[in-house]
Design a protein around this ligand. Structure first.
Ligand code: SR1
Ligand code: MG
Length: 422
């Protein structure tokens, strides 16, 4: 599994992969040694990388390789290969912090920016399931545990402080990927940046958002926290396209944007993506099934929150071995740390609500949109749904400290879901 070859980087292709990786035991032991029987497909549909499935007589693997540029845009936007190193390191930490939550890693080659990993089958990308109206058992529960475990176990609540600082220093190297988030997520949505695009009918709503100085100010306050608060290792891009599911199993993929940042970051981004699934549903569901399915999506958010709180609380009470809120100051003095826990959870939730609103904006206003809305071809249907999402996002950013719990959040979503904004 450790890094091996040190040959010069060269992007793989369907035609070259078999010859180049034929001797890699990490592949042959999973797919078989008869390379003549290997079948290679390139299936990457994300914004950045090559993703190959290698099928053989004994099984299949994924070969993921970073490109030296942003795939979505082309070679006019160079991007360091080093992101594969951060993805590999993030995956190994997530596997320790929440076992079985991520694909097994079979091999990492730093010079080729290449990771060989478990082929998740028959899993598909969660966003596709949400657009199709499919349900996943225990979805909120699994995702809440993942967010809580990776957040807690990657923080000063759990880690040895020297190890934590060394890991923060390591992941500070993922600067180019952070730079993408700093621009595309936190900044570009709020002015007419070059790479932006949007549904034309949204012009009046967007003009109002971009003239809202308080909104822009609050978004920049959130960016300041993103850039300078190193509470825990975040996945960094935890949307419904970074989750693969069957009807009963959920796995998290693609942590190349990993960084040490605010604990509420992953939770907020994830909730935003469920809200976008929710607001887009009127275009994807027949009237008879719409209400039930939208209720299910909101229930996933409620489950996610409940699971997060329960798991974080459990870890607080059973694994608080880091420098923060030590037993020497609380338990050993006969003092409860329950108030401190509740304060921390409230701060995490407030950050999550701010990030949530910003993510709801950037997926409609910035470069990288999502299929929940983009798959709605008729822009006169798409725009009013996007408008609800944008205005709720604004309220979340501006009043994030007032959204006290998940019931307040889901009630807000229900109210925006009936608004005629355009
Ligand atoms: C240029 S990359 C655009 C977006 O795709 C990734 O999945 C991240 O969400 C990033 O913001
Ligand atoms: Mg990704």
């Amino acid at each position: 599994m450790a890094a091996q070859e040190s040959s010069a980087y060269s992007a793989l292709s369907v035609d070259t992969l078999t010859a180049r990786l034929a001797n890699l035991s990490a592949i042959t032991r999973h797919v078989g040694q008869d390379t003549a029987a290997w079948k290679v497909r390139e299936v990457g549909d994300g914004n950045l990388n090559l993703v190959f499935i290698v099928d053989g007589p004994s099984g299949s693997v994924i070969v993921k390789q970073a490109l030296p540029y942003v795939r979505l845009v082309g070679d006019s936007w160079p991007l360091p290969l080093k992101r594969a190193f951060f993805e590999y390191n993030a995956l190994t930490r997530q596997a320790q912090r929440d076992p079985h939550s991520v694909p097994d890693i079979y091999h990492f080659d730093e010079s080729q920016a290449l990771i060989v990993m478990e082929f998740l089958q028959p899993h598909i990308i969660l966003r596709g399931k949400l657009i199709k109206g499919e349900r996943v058992a225990d979805l909120g529960d699994v995702l809440g545990k993942f967010c809580a475990r990776t957040a807690f176990r990657g923080s000063d609540l759990s880690m040895d402080t020297t190890n934590k600082k060394e890991d923060v220093a390591l992941f500070q190297g993922n600067a180019d990927l952070c730079d993408i988030s700093e621009s595309l997520v936190f900044t570009d949505p709020y002015y007419d940046a070059e790479r932006n695009h949007h549904t034309p009918q949204l012009d009046p709503v967007i003009a109002s958002l971009r003239n809202d100085v308080e909104l822009k100010t609050q978004a920049q306050h959130m960016l300041a926290r993103f850039a300078s608060n190193t509470e825990t290792m975040c996945h960094g891009d935890l949307h419904t396209g970074s989750i693969m599911c069957t009807d009963v199993e959920t796995k998290i993929i693609d942590p190349e944007f990993a960084f040490y940042g605010p604990i509420g970051f992953d939770l907020g981004m994830l909730v935003a993506n469920f809200l976008m699934a929710y607001f887009s549903q009127p275009a994807h569901r027949a009237a008879g099934e719409l209400e039930d399915y939208q209720n299910w999506v909101l229930q996933v958010i409620a489950d996610l929150h409940a699971s997060y709180i329960a798991e974080f609380t459990h870890l607080w009470n059973s694994e608080r071995t880091g420098m923060l809120y030590p037993a020497s100051m609380f338990k050993d003095q006969g003092h409860s740390s329950q108030g401190a826990l509740e304060d921390r959870l409230a701060m995490i939730w407030e950050d999550a609500m701010g990030i949530c609103g910003i993510e709801m904006h950037r997926r409609i206003l910035s470069l990288a949109h999502n299929a929940d809305f983009e798959a709605i071809e008729d822009t006169s249907v798409r725009a009013p749904l996007e408008a609800r999402n944008l205005e709720m996002g604004r309220q979340l950013v501006l009043t994030r400290s007032d959204i006290k719990d998940v019931d307040a959040l889901t009630a807000l979503a229900r109210s925006y879901n009936t608004k005629d904004i355009l």
